[in-house]
Design a protein around this ligand. Structure first.
Ligand code: CTP
Ligand code: MG
Length: 264
Protein backbone atom coordinates (compact mmCIF):
# COMPACT_ATOMS: atom_id res chain seq x y z
CA UNK A 1 0.00 0.00 0.00
CA UNK A 2 1.17 3.53 -0.60
CA UNK A 3 0.52 7.01 0.76
CA UNK A 4 -0.16 9.75 -1.77
CA UNK A 5 -0.75 13.49 -1.46
CA UNK A 6 -2.86 16.26 -2.92
CA UNK A 7 -1.09 19.61 -2.58
CA UNK A 8 -3.42 22.55 -3.10
CA UNK A 9 -1.99 25.57 -4.91
CA UNK A 10 -4.95 26.74 -7.02
CA UNK A 11 -5.90 29.80 -4.97
CA UNK A 12 -5.35 33.35 -6.17
CA UNK A 13 -3.62 34.69 -3.07
CA UNK A 14 -5.80 37.80 -2.98
CA UNK A 15 -5.00 38.63 0.65
CA UNK A 16 -1.25 38.37 0.04
CA UNK A 17 -1.78 40.77 -2.86
CA UNK A 18 1.23 39.89 -5.04
CA UNK A 19 -0.78 39.88 -8.26
CA UNK A 20 0.08 36.21 -8.87
CA UNK A 21 -0.81 33.04 -6.95
CA UNK A 22 0.46 32.74 -3.40
CA UNK A 23 1.94 29.31 -4.15
CA UNK A 24 4.47 31.04 -6.44
CA UNK A 25 5.63 33.51 -3.79
CA UNK A 26 9.32 33.13 -3.02
CA UNK A 27 10.63 32.17 0.39
CA UNK A 28 14.44 31.89 0.58
CA UNK A 29 14.94 31.13 -3.12
CA UNK A 30 12.16 28.55 -3.37
CA UNK A 31 8.45 28.89 -4.12
CA UNK A 32 5.93 28.16 -1.36
CA UNK A 33 4.62 25.21 -3.37
CA UNK A 34 8.19 23.94 -3.78
CA UNK A 35 8.84 24.15 -0.05
CA UNK A 36 5.67 22.19 0.72
CA UNK A 37 6.32 19.54 -1.94
CA UNK A 38 9.95 18.96 -0.97
CA UNK A 39 9.02 18.48 2.69
CA UNK A 40 6.34 15.94 1.71
CA UNK A 41 9.08 14.06 -0.20
CA UNK A 42 11.59 14.37 2.64
CA UNK A 43 9.20 12.51 4.96
CA UNK A 44 9.98 9.33 3.02
CA UNK A 45 6.30 8.34 3.28
CA UNK A 46 4.75 9.76 0.13
CA UNK A 47 4.92 7.97 -3.23
CA UNK A 48 3.12 10.47 -5.47
CA UNK A 49 2.01 14.12 -5.34
CA UNK A 50 -0.76 15.78 -7.33
CA UNK A 51 -0.57 19.59 -7.21
CA UNK A 52 -3.58 21.76 -8.06
CA UNK A 53 -2.97 25.06 -9.85
CA UNK A 54 -5.11 27.84 -11.34
CA UNK A 55 -5.83 27.24 -15.05
CA UNK A 56 -3.83 30.32 -16.12
CA UNK A 57 -0.84 29.29 -14.04
CA UNK A 58 -0.45 25.58 -14.79
CA UNK A 59 2.84 26.20 -16.58
CA UNK A 60 4.21 28.58 -13.96
CA UNK A 61 3.51 26.11 -11.14
CA UNK A 62 5.04 23.28 -13.19
CA UNK A 63 8.11 25.44 -13.79
CA UNK A 64 8.40 26.30 -10.08
CA UNK A 65 8.37 22.60 -9.22
CA UNK A 66 10.89 21.77 -11.98
CA UNK A 67 13.21 24.25 -10.25
CA UNK A 68 12.70 22.73 -6.80
CA UNK A 69 15.44 20.47 -5.44
CA UNK A 70 14.50 17.32 -3.56
CA UNK A 71 11.36 16.30 -5.42
CA UNK A 72 12.16 12.62 -5.27
CA UNK A 73 8.72 11.18 -6.08
CA UNK A 74 6.53 11.49 -9.19
CA UNK A 75 4.48 14.70 -9.19
CA UNK A 76 1.92 16.20 -11.53
CA UNK A 77 0.10 19.51 -11.83
CA UNK A 78 -3.66 19.52 -12.51
CA UNK A 79 -6.20 22.29 -12.84
CA UNK A 80 -7.93 23.26 -9.60
CA UNK A 81 -11.52 24.37 -9.11
CA UNK A 82 -13.51 27.37 -7.89
CA UNK A 83 -13.02 26.50 -4.19
CA UNK A 84 -10.36 24.69 -2.19
CA UNK A 85 -12.80 21.80 -1.80
CA UNK A 86 -13.28 21.60 -5.58
CA UNK A 87 -9.51 21.72 -6.08
CA UNK A 88 -8.97 18.81 -3.69
CA UNK A 89 -11.70 16.87 -5.50
CA UNK A 90 -9.88 17.48 -8.80
CA UNK A 91 -6.65 16.24 -7.24
CA UNK A 92 -8.37 13.09 -5.95
CA UNK A 93 -9.85 12.42 -9.40
CA UNK A 94 -6.35 12.62 -10.88
CA UNK A 95 -5.08 10.14 -8.28
CA UNK A 96 -7.95 7.74 -9.06
CA UNK A 97 -6.84 7.72 -12.71
CA UNK A 98 -3.33 6.60 -11.89
CA UNK A 99 -3.99 4.07 -9.13
CA UNK A 100 -2.74 0.65 -10.10
CA UNK A 101 -4.77 -2.27 -8.71
CA UNK A 102 -1.56 -3.99 -7.63
CA UNK A 103 -0.46 -1.07 -5.39
CA UNK A 104 -3.63 0.48 -3.97
CA UNK A 105 -3.38 3.69 -1.96
CA UNK A 106 -4.02 3.24 1.73
CA UNK A 107 -3.44 6.81 2.93
CA UNK A 108 -4.01 10.17 1.27
CA UNK A 109 -2.71 13.45 2.67
CA UNK A 110 -4.20 16.80 1.75
CA UNK A 111 -1.75 19.65 2.21
CA UNK A 112 -1.73 23.36 1.34
CA UNK A 113 1.06 25.17 -0.48
CA UNK A 114 0.05 27.97 1.89
CA UNK A 115 1.80 26.00 4.71
CA UNK A 116 5.28 25.71 3.15
CA UNK A 117 7.15 24.89 6.37
CA UNK A 118 5.12 21.94 7.68
CA UNK A 119 7.95 19.56 8.59
CA UNK A 120 8.72 16.03 7.36
CA UNK A 121 8.23 14.95 10.99
CA UNK A 122 4.69 16.28 10.98
CA UNK A 123 4.00 14.44 7.72
CA UNK A 124 5.26 11.19 9.27
CA UNK A 125 3.17 11.75 12.42
CA UNK A 126 -0.01 12.16 10.39
CA UNK A 127 0.63 9.13 8.16
CA UNK A 128 1.51 6.99 11.19
CA UNK A 129 -1.71 7.93 12.97
CA UNK A 130 -3.83 7.00 9.95
CA UNK A 131 -1.99 3.67 9.59
CA UNK A 132 -2.49 3.03 13.32
CA UNK A 133 -6.25 3.06 12.73
CA UNK A 134 -7.44 6.66 12.87
CA UNK A 135 -9.36 7.12 9.61
CA UNK A 136 -9.02 10.89 9.61
CA UNK A 137 -6.24 12.89 11.28
CA UNK A 138 -5.59 16.63 11.62
CA UNK A 139 -2.65 18.45 13.24
CA UNK A 140 -3.97 20.75 15.98
CA UNK A 141 -2.63 23.46 18.25
CA UNK A 142 -4.15 24.83 21.44
CA UNK A 143 -5.55 28.33 21.10
CA UNK A 144 -3.56 30.87 23.11
CA UNK A 145 -5.63 34.01 22.59
CA UNK A 146 -8.73 34.64 24.67
CA UNK A 147 -11.62 34.15 22.26
CA UNK A 148 -14.81 36.25 22.35
CA UNK A 149 -18.07 36.13 20.44
CA UNK A 150 -19.40 39.46 19.15
CA UNK A 151 -22.56 40.95 17.70
CA UNK A 152 -23.88 44.37 16.72
CA UNK A 153 -23.86 47.03 19.44
CA UNK A 154 -27.12 46.77 21.37
CA UNK A 155 -28.83 50.13 22.07
CA UNK A 156 -29.20 49.47 25.80
CA UNK A 157 -25.71 48.06 26.30
CA UNK A 158 -24.13 51.09 24.66
CA UNK A 159 -25.64 53.52 27.18
CA UNK A 160 -23.88 52.02 30.17
CA UNK A 161 -27.20 51.02 31.78
CA UNK A 162 -27.65 54.20 33.78
CA UNK A 163 -24.11 54.41 35.13
CA UNK A 164 -23.95 58.15 35.75
CA UNK A 165 -20.47 58.14 37.29
CA UNK A 166 -18.63 57.09 34.15
CA UNK A 167 -16.87 59.78 32.18
CA UNK A 168 -17.71 58.23 28.79
CA UNK A 169 -20.96 59.52 27.37
CA UNK A 170 -22.93 59.14 24.14
CA UNK A 171 -23.02 56.26 21.67
CA UNK A 172 -19.93 54.34 20.69
CA UNK A 173 -18.58 54.55 17.16
CA UNK A 174 -20.83 52.76 14.69
CA UNK A 175 -17.87 50.61 13.63
CA UNK A 176 -17.65 48.95 17.04
CA UNK A 177 -18.89 45.44 17.71
CA UNK A 178 -20.14 44.40 21.12
CA UNK A 179 -18.84 41.38 22.98
CA UNK A 180 -21.56 38.82 23.63
CA UNK A 181 -19.47 36.24 25.45
CA UNK A 182 -16.12 34.64 26.21
CA UNK A 183 -15.51 31.18 24.79
CA UNK A 184 -13.94 28.43 26.90
CA UNK A 185 -10.80 27.80 24.90
CA UNK A 186 -9.92 24.51 26.66
CA UNK A 187 -11.57 22.33 23.99
CA UNK A 188 -10.53 24.52 21.02
CA UNK A 189 -7.84 23.51 18.53
CA UNK A 190 -6.57 25.48 15.56
CA UNK A 191 -6.08 22.85 12.87
CA UNK A 192 -3.47 22.72 10.16
CA UNK A 193 -2.43 20.67 7.16
CA UNK A 194 -1.28 18.10 6.14
CA UNK A 195 -4.47 16.27 7.07
CA UNK A 196 -4.42 12.51 6.56
CA UNK A 197 -7.16 10.05 5.65
CA UNK A 198 -7.83 6.48 4.79
CA UNK A 199 -8.08 6.67 1.00
CA UNK A 200 -11.60 5.23 0.71
CA UNK A 201 -12.90 7.44 3.54
CA UNK A 202 -11.75 10.70 1.91
CA UNK A 203 -13.21 9.65 -1.46
CA UNK A 204 -16.54 8.97 0.23
CA UNK A 205 -16.45 12.28 2.14
CA UNK A 206 -15.79 14.31 -1.02
CA UNK A 207 -18.46 12.45 -2.96
CA UNK A 208 -21.00 13.22 -0.22
CA UNK A 209 -20.00 16.90 -0.01
CA UNK A 210 -19.75 17.41 -3.76
CA UNK A 211 -22.81 19.72 -4.04
CA UNK A 212 -21.17 22.39 -1.87
CA UNK A 213 -17.86 22.57 -3.75
CA UNK A 214 -18.70 25.01 -6.54
CA UNK A 215 -19.19 28.05 -4.37
CA UNK A 216 -16.49 29.39 -2.02
CA UNK A 217 -19.24 30.44 0.38
CA UNK A 218 -20.65 26.93 0.86
CA UNK A 219 -17.52 24.84 0.29
CA UNK A 220 -15.74 23.20 3.20
CA UNK A 221 -12.56 25.01 4.27
CA UNK A 222 -10.83 21.77 5.19
CA UNK A 223 -11.24 18.09 4.37
CA UNK A 224 -11.79 16.77 7.87
CA UNK A 225 -15.08 18.69 8.11
CA UNK A 226 -16.37 16.62 5.18
CA UNK A 227 -15.51 13.48 7.16
CA UNK A 228 -17.30 14.94 10.22
CA UNK A 229 -20.36 15.50 8.02
CA UNK A 230 -20.42 11.75 7.35
CA UNK A 231 -20.59 11.17 11.10
CA UNK A 232 -17.14 9.54 11.10
CA UNK A 233 -14.59 10.39 13.82
CA UNK A 234 -11.67 12.75 13.21
CA UNK A 235 -8.56 12.62 15.41
CA UNK A 236 -5.96 15.24 16.35
CA UNK A 237 -2.17 14.85 16.47
CA UNK A 238 0.17 17.55 17.77
CA UNK A 239 0.56 20.32 15.22
CA UNK A 240 3.51 22.68 14.95
CA UNK A 241 3.83 26.45 15.18
CA UNK A 242 6.23 26.34 12.24
CA UNK A 243 3.49 24.98 9.97
CA UNK A 244 1.88 28.41 9.99
CA UNK A 245 -0.45 29.39 7.18
CA UNK A 246 0.74 32.18 4.92
CA UNK A 247 -2.20 34.51 4.33
CA UNK A 248 -0.78 38.04 4.59
CA UNK A 249 2.59 39.74 4.07
CA UNK A 250 3.03 39.58 7.85
CA UNK A 251 2.86 35.77 7.72
CA UNK A 252 5.37 35.69 4.86
CA UNK A 253 7.76 37.83 6.90
CA UNK A 254 7.43 35.43 9.86
CA UNK A 255 8.14 32.49 7.55
CA UNK A 256 11.26 34.27 6.22
CA UNK A 257 12.60 34.47 9.75
CA UNK A 258 11.78 30.81 10.45
CA UNK A 259 13.32 29.48 7.24
CA UNK A 260 16.53 31.49 7.61
CA UNK A 261 17.03 30.30 11.19
CA UNK A 262 16.52 26.61 10.37
CA UNK A 263 18.86 24.12 8.73
CA UNK A 264 16.72 23.13 5.75
N1 CTP B 1 -6.83 26.70 -2.95
C1 CTP B 1 -7.04 25.90 -4.05
N2 CTP B 1 -8.12 26.17 -4.89
C2 CTP B 1 -8.94 27.20 -4.62
C3 CTP B 1 -8.74 28.02 -3.49
C4 CTP B 1 -7.65 27.73 -2.66
O1 CTP B 1 -6.29 24.95 -4.32
N3 CTP B 1 -9.94 27.43 -5.47
C5 CTP B 1 -5.67 26.42 -2.08
C6 CTP B 1 -4.70 27.60 -1.97
O2 CTP B 1 -3.80 27.60 -3.07
C7 CTP B 1 -4.03 27.36 -0.64
C8 CTP B 1 -5.10 26.62 0.18
O3 CTP B 1 -6.10 26.21 -0.75
O4 CTP B 1 -2.88 26.52 -0.75
C9 CTP B 1 -5.68 27.51 1.27
O5 CTP B 1 -6.35 28.61 0.70
P1 CTP B 1 -6.06 30.14 1.03
O6 CTP B 1 -5.08 30.25 2.13
O7 CTP B 1 -7.38 30.83 1.12
O8 CTP B 1 -5.26 30.60 -0.28
P2 CTP B 1 -5.78 31.57 -1.45
O9 CTP B 1 -7.18 31.24 -1.78
O10 CTP B 1 -4.76 31.48 -2.53
O11 CTP B 1 -5.66 33.00 -0.76
P3 CTP B 1 -6.79 34.15 -0.72
O12 CTP B 1 -7.99 33.51 -0.05
O13 CTP B 1 -6.17 35.27 0.07
O14 CTP B 1 -7.07 34.52 -2.14
MG1 MG C 1 -8.76 31.53 -0.34
Amino acid sequence: PSAVAVLTAAGSGARLGLGYPKALAQLAACSLVGHAASRLCASGEITQIVVTAPREHLEAVTHALDETPGLTVPWRVVEGGPSRQASVAAGLAALVETMSPSVPYDVVLVHDAARPLASPDLVRRVVAAVRAGAGAVVPGLSVTDTVKTVGPVSPSGAEGEGDSTGSVTGSPEPSLEQVTGTVDRTPLRAVQTPQGFRWDLLLRAHAAGHDRAHDEATAATDDSSLVEALGEPVFVVAGEAGALKITTTHDLAVAQVLVSSSAD
